[in-house]
Design a protein around this ligand. Structure first.
Ligand code: SF4
Length: 423
């Protein structure tokens, strides 16, 4: 079950998930849709088949066929919450096999989750338990968790690593920016460590040493500017997080069309010149690549507080709720997942700048960060290409070239302040 402390959530019927996600259906969902008689009432099947799986049909704009103009779900309105496909009921909860059974992550591709609005998470537990009974596959203990490509991790080692980051995040005597630089530094140190020599209790000693040392270390070696190559790879990471495949589009225009569009757009992101190409819903059009980097961190005090609070809450959730590695993130080893998380956060900073710049602002606001995180978190753990071998190579290169701290610093969302506690 998710932690129930700092996070709140209730559905505020923004319908963003019904416009944005392609819903895969389970056999029980199909039975319910059939009993509800939608094929006759809609004059067409409410489902489509694609690559051997069955999905909810979407309109041309990508929205679900059951989404009403007023933002309500037609199935929910007529038959109630439990009549909807299970994936719709579950969102934004993300169940997965955990160490001793089911673990539930939180998706931030939801404005209520980002803004921390609604009821305490504990109020959702009864609903969650009911839904999880229909998902026996996630109640299995997870298969082995890797620390690196070659070393298997124990649950104890995973908790030690999460604990190390928590200790840095909770240093309320330091500016949030220092804590984030410290956390990126810790991820980089773990990447470089010979972890085969420091297992279990020795890993605890190593983490104690690193967490005690981070403040002095980051002060002694502030991150430099990213190199041109690192900046280019970051733009490619941004592209990978925003690329959005709609089944209807692929069925209508064909895989060849999609591959060509992907190739052209990917090249333009790599080149980083000219106007940033529009290729996703509600894209902030009209800004040139060069201008994205002209946008600075948030300055307004209220925005800074909101963004810092979100940043710590989000990173904590990704680490502690199972969405940074293992079954919650492409079965990646812990160390690779840490690289992916920090690079993803830098990509969120890049996209937030795009949103700000396209609206004529020169500093970030909470709205820009929300718009960016809705895009990047939506892809995290869900877009298959982010778990590919090529993506892992890209992460490995960014880590080995010293890009982790540089990119995070260059794409920072605020310069931080001291008044936020770490959880
Ligand atoms: S079935 Fe209802 S809840 Fe699910 S995506 Fe469609 S409109 Fe949204």
């Amino acid at each position: 079950m998710p932690r129930t402390g700092a996070q709140r959530y209730s559905c505020h019927s923004c319908a963003g998930c019904c416009r944005d996600f392609t819903v895969q259906l389970r056999p029980d969902d199909l039975k319910r849709l059939e009993v509800q008689g939608w094929a006759q009432r809609l004059g067409q099947s409410p489902t489509v088949e694609f690559r051997g799986r069955v999905w909810l049909r979407q309109r041309e704009d990508g929205s679900c066929i059951f989404l009403e103009p007023d933002g309500r779900c037609r199935i929910h309105a007529e038959f109630g919450l439990e009549a909807k496909p299970l994936a719709c009921q579950l969102f934004p909860f993300v169940p997965m096999p955990g160490e001793g059974g089911v673990q539930v992550g939180l998706s931030y591709a939801c404005p209520s989750m980002i803004r921390n609005r609604g009821a305490a998470l504990g109020t959702h537990l009864d609903d969650l338990r009911r839904m999880l009974r229909a998902l026996p596959e996630v109640a299995q203990p997870r298969s082995r968790l890797m620390l690196t490509d070659r070393l298997e991790a124990s649950g104890g080692e995973e908790r030690l690593i999460i604990g190390g980051f928590e200790r840095i995040f909770s240093r309320s005597d330091l500016a949030v920016e220092q804590r984030l630089d410290g956390a990126a530094w810790l991820a980089d140190m773990l990447r470089q460590a010979k972890l085969d020599k420091v297992r279990k209790e020795r890993l605890r000693d190593l983490l104690d040493l690193l967490v005690d040392a981070f403040e002095e270390e980051i002060a002694a070696s502030p991150p430099e500017h990213p190199t041109a190559r690192q900046a280019k790879v970051l733009r490619q990471v941004v592209f990978a997080h925003v690329e959005d495949v709609k089944i209807g589009e692929v069925r209508g225009r064909g895989l060849g069309w999609r591959a060509l569009r992907q190739f052209v757009t990917h090249r333009r992101f790599g080149a980083g010149r000219g106007e940033v190409p529009a290729f996703a819903r509600d894209w902030p059009a009209g800004l040139r690549f060069e201008m994205v980097l002209g946008v600075g961190p948030a300055r307004d005090e209220e925005d800074v507080r909101a963004i810092d609070e979100l940043t710590l809450r989000y990173l904590h959730s990704r680490l502690a709720d199972g969405r940074a590695w293992g079954p919650g993130y492409y079965a990646m080893p812990i160390i690779t997942g840490l690289l992916a998380l920090w690079v993803m956060w830098a990509a969120t900073g890049w996209l937030a700048r795009l949103h700000a710049g396209a609206s004529g602002r020169t500093t970030l606001t909470m709205d820009d960060v929300e718009a960016a995180l809705l895009r990047t978190d939506r892809a995290a753990g869900r877009a298959p290409w982010l778990g590919s071998y090529g993506e892992r190579l890209r992460l490995a290169w960014l880590g080995a070239s010293g890009g982790l701290r540089r990119l995070r610093r260059a794409m920072r969302l605020t310069d931080g302040h001291r008044a936020i506690t770490g959880k």
